[in-house]
Ligand binder design. Structure first.
Ligand SMILES: *Cc1c(COP(=O)(O)O)cnc(C)c1O
Length: 375
């Protein structure tokens, strides 16, 4: 036997990464509580599935699985370019925003350099920063967990960061800032600072409230088919940026990282505007129901521009107990990780039936948490 120190070792940089589990998946959570499945309201997946047209296109495409997908995703990029009134060269398609995050960090955040983000926001970027040697520098959020442009600009000055991450609408808070506020933030940042605008939930916001489709060489905007389009498992999203920035990603990205089935499914999904409108309307109804559910129990909830709502349970410990109590009852939700909204749980809008089931189990879980708090 060779001694352990003689076995293959990861690089020093990788060995230094703390062990992390970005997200414990609902499949694993179900195994832990001995259930075959959970009421799945914790990952902001769509309860309304992909468009039937997308399903049809993907069914047909499956027989082409023996081929690699078009590495340029050209057909899809052409459709997206028409939609966003930009050039094909200003779009890159990748296997979701999470994939694009890795490309952005590798391309624009040198080892040891800072990236500014608002404390509490969607954490996947930080896993990439850790792995590639960058570091997160946090700006304080407002009382609803949303961004404060002045705090971001101050954190950039303090840290010398060349990369800023803003999710708009934000996850997990659900907060949204309008185009004028974003434009002011962009102007407040030095020109050599790249603004990464993660617009995973943009489809839930009226188009005229989003930044206009103008390519800014200092800004990257990312979109996904995972949320409103209901295609999270297909793993497909895209970035809008200057041709120079996109050309940089072309050097780094996994050549065949996006499969043909996803490309053709996304293309068909873009064509089904009526389906998307239906999803958005139902999500709005679902949000209203969750706000009413919270109010019914005397709990606060955060205004949301997404397909989820945060409901205030109490302290951080109580919110954590609530996530646990819901899991015991077969419900998968998650919660914000940072103050001032870490006393909230975040629940995804489900179908009408799922919402009714959630309301029942929410009441029961809340009883359990309150009983425990009282003893
Ligand atoms: C869900 C989510 C993502 C991940 O999107 P994929 O395209 O599925 O990788 C990225 N950013 C935010 C803010 C999200 O909520």
């Amino acid at each position: 036997m060779s001694s352990p120190s003689r076995l293959p070792q990861p690089t020093a940089q990788v060995a230094a990464i703390p062990p992390m589990t970005p997200f414990v998946a609902p499949e694993e959570l179900a195994r832990r509580v001995g259930r075959s499945e959970l009421l799945r309201l914790g990952a902001n997946e769509s309860a309304f599935g992909p468009s039937p047209r997308a399903i049809g296109a993907m069914r047909e495409a499956v027989s082409l699985t023996s081929w690699y997908g078009d590495p340029e995703s050209l057909q899809l990029r052409a459709a997206l370019a028409a939609r966003h009134d930009c050039a094909v060269e200003e779009i890159v398609v990748a296997s979701g925003i999470d994939d694009l995050m890795g490309l952005i960090v590798r391309a624009f955040c040198a080892p040891g350099a800072a990236c500014v983000a608002t404390r509490g926001t969607y954490p996947t970027l930080f896993y990439h920063l850790n792995a590639f040697g960058g570091r997160a520098e946090f700006a304080d959020p407002n009382e609803a967990g949303g961004i404060v442009p002045e705090n971001i600009a101050a954190a950039v000055r303090r840290s010398g960061a060349k990369l800023v991450y803003v999710a708009n609408p934000d996850n997990p808070s659900g907060a949204f800032v309008d185009r004028a506020t974003l434009a002011a933030l962009r102007e407040a940042l030095p020109d050599d600072v790249l603004l990464f605008l993660d617009e995973a939930y943009a489809d839930f916001v009226p188009r005229d409230e989003l930044p206009p489709d103008v390519i800014d060489p200092r800004t990257i905007r990312t979109r996904t088919f995972s949320k409103a389009y209901g295609m999270a498992g297909a793993r497909i999203g895209y970035a809008l940026a200057s041709a120079d920035v996109i050309a940089t990603f072309q050097k780094l990205r996994l050549h065949f990282g996006v499969n043909r089935t996803a490309q053709l499914g996304a293309l068909a999904a873009l064509d089904d505007a009526a389906f998307l409108r239906g999803v958005i309307a139902e999500v709005e109804r679902g949000r209203d129901e969750y706000h009413a559910l919270a109010a019914h129990h005397g709990l606060p909830s955060l205004r949301s521009w997404t397909n989820f709502v945060c409901i205030g349970i109490g302290t951080r410990a109580e919110a954590e107990a609530m996530v646990g109590a819901l899991l015991e009852l077969g419900v998968f939700v998650r919660k914000p990780w940072a103050p001032p909204i870490d006393g909230y749980v975040r629940v995804t809008v489900g179908t009408a039936g799922e919402r009714a089931a959630f309301a029942e189990r929410f009441a029961e879980a809340l009883d359990r948490v309150r009983e425990k708090a009282a003893t």
